[in-house]
Design a protein around this ligand. Structure first.
Ligand SMILES: Cc1cc2nc3c(=O)[nH]c(=O)nc-3n(C[C@H](O)[C@H](O)[C@H](O)COP(=O)(O)OP(=O)(O)OC[C@H]3O[C@@H](n4cnc5c(N)ncnc54)[C@H](O)[C@@H]3O)c2cc1C
Length: 486
């Protein structure tokens, strides 16, 4: 009798034997990581909490051998399917990787594991008089790994810029299985392209962070805030221009936000009802020295004088009180409106007025309720269309909105990312040649297309194109993504 051919070990058993971390395929555990903050849901094949970076290397090598997708996951708060696993993928969860490894107060650098929650990092830094400037609305739950992978930003990005500005290095496992460290401890560098920045915003498609080196900033002495009621939406951009770019601009402003009358109505309902109802509002934060508190407020008032703003401004000596109110409006909006499209587009400040008009037109033509809030100073708008996000109407809204934004010289995502929801529009953002160049870069980092399949790239020439295995299909958008859905 010929010797028996040894049976191939099934892929998941092989993985279990190779890693030290906890691997589970139980339905309950997988159900927990099927989705993110969007309406999309995936069908993962397994969930692993890696024990160490070597586990992540093992995972990637295993995934390449078997053609199985690998999705890094932080807190799962992304809003466009960024962390929703393609069918059969392995989810690699980092929430347990939450240690702050080093705080170098002198150089203003911190080394962290990617699963540390933004809020907890801020707590640890406060005692040293420091903070990490990127402050997405989800900062109480989202991880810095997720923040870096999506290039997240928040209200204070007006002054401090997005996460990319603050990531000074990482250790990552690339899609090739190579473990690579790239960092810049010197405050500046002019030595070739920016390898560190390349992985920031790549949504886990080029490499998986196992460590991050972050720059941090000194805490400002005073953060105060002012809410300014506007007669109407059309006054928002002139006011923003006057504050940020006018001859009497106010240099202390670190955040300049907008909420429309609908959101203002909900803010008014929140006790003690300090904010007026019925009008759009500007929410402004100022960073001051204790001794220049009053001067900075006077400078802001001077910048706004002559614009015909007749409402009474409301001052918050501690800016956090204003942000807490604004944060609560999110919950109130969830209760009041439920499912909706939470868009995230950005245009040059000069085009924001036009964008407001176009958003209104789209909502009106389709008979869809709309409310909008915005990181106005950065031209970054979150129009919320109250419609089933999986419906054909929702797709039509996205297509029309992205066309408008493209014509206005803007971007499909100011801060949330592309995920799988916007992947079919990637070419609209970058142009055909640009999208192809990015795709070629991805192929160098991830030759088999195993990292977060179906996200970001059109994947024209990747193995995940037509006839791709099921793992390469994103939850709601087919992976080849050549044509934006009609
Ligand atoms: C209420 C609410 C408010 C929000 N406000 C904002 C806001 O103001 N600004 C903003 O920018 N976003 C905002 N978001 C979106 C979201 O919170 C951010 O994109 C956040 O950065 C995601 O972090 P996370 O830990 O949840 O990442 P996840 O959702 O788990 O993952 C996001 C992406 O990062 C990748 N990733 C995660 N960990 C790693 C890793 N270790 N290595 C490589 N890739 C990894 C994932 O694969 C995925 O592509 C908000 C979301 C909600 C629900």
């Amino acid at each position: 009798m010929p010797p028996a051919v040894p049976e191939a070990i099934p892929p998941w058993e092989e993985l279990a034997a190779r890693v030290r971390g906890e691997l589970t395929r139980s339905a309950g555990s997988l159900a927990r990581v099927r989705g993110d903050g969007s309406h999309l849901r995936g069908d993962p094949g397994g969930l692993l909490t890696p024990a160490d970076p070597e586990d992540v290397v093992e995972v990637v090598r295993w995934a390449r051998r078997h053609g199985i997708g690998v999705v890094a996951r932080g807190a799962g708060t992304s809003l466009d399917g960024e962390s929703v696993p393609a069918t059969g993928s392995l989810v690699v969860e980092f929430t347990g990787w939450d240690r702050v490894l080093e705080i170098d107060v002198e150089e203003r650098l911190v080394r962290v594991q990617p699963g540390v929650v933004n809020h907890r990092l801020q707590e640890e830094l406060r005692g040293h008089g420091l903070f990490f400037p990127p402050n997405p609305g989800s900062w109480r739950s989202s991880t810095v790994g997720g923040n870096a992978a999506t290039n997240a930003s928040g209200p204070r990005s007006l002054k401090y810029g997005p996460t990319r500005r603050w990531v000074r290095g990482w250790e990552a496992v690339l899609g090739s299985g190579e473990r690579l460290r790239a960092e810049r401890r010197a405050p500046k560098r002019s030595a070739g392209p920016d390898l560190v920045g390349l992985l920031v915003g790549s949504e886990g498609t080029l490499g998986i962070f196992t460590e991050l080196l972050l720059e941090v900033a000194p805490l400002p002495e005073v953060r105060q805030a002012v809410v300014v009621p506007l007669p109407g939406v059309s006054q928002a951009v002139p006011a923003a221009r006057a504050i940020l770019r006018g001859p009497k601009r106010c240099a202390a402003v670190s955040a300049l936000e907008f909420v429309d009358a609908t959101v203002a109505g909900l803010l008014h309902e929140i006790p003690p009802g300090r904010l007026p109802a019925g009008r759009p509002l500007l929410l402004i934060e100022l960073e001051s020295r204790e001794r220049s508190r009053g001067e900075d407020l006077a400078e802001l008032a001077a910048a706004l004088a002559g614009l015909g703003l007749d409402g009474e401004a409301i001052e918050f000596p501690n800016a956090d009180e204003m942000w807490t109110l604004r944060g609560e409006s999110g919950l109130a909006l969830d209760r009041a409106y439920g499912e909706r499209i939470r868009e995230d587009v950005a245009v040059p400040l000069g085009a924001v007025g036009r964008l407001f008009q176009e958003i209104d037109r789209i909502a009106e033509e389709l008979g869809v309720p709309l409310y909008t809030f915005a990181h106005l100073g950065e031209g970054s708008l979150h129009p919320n269309f109250v419609v089933d996000p999986a419906s054909p109407t929702a797709e039509r809204i996205r297509r029309e909105l992205f066309d408008v934004v493209h014509r206005l010289g803007g971007t499909l995502s100011g801060e949330h990312g592309i995920g799988s929801l916007k992947a079919p529009y990637f070419e609209l953002e970058h142009g055909r040649a640009g999208a192809e160049a990015l795709e070629r870069i991805r192929q160098q980092f991830d030759p088999d297309g195993i990292l977060n399949p179906g996200k970001l790239y059109p994947r024209r020439s990747a193995p995940a194109g037509e006839g791709a295995p099921p793992h390469a299909r994103s939850p709601s958008v087919e992976a080849d993504g050549r044509t934006p859905p009609a």
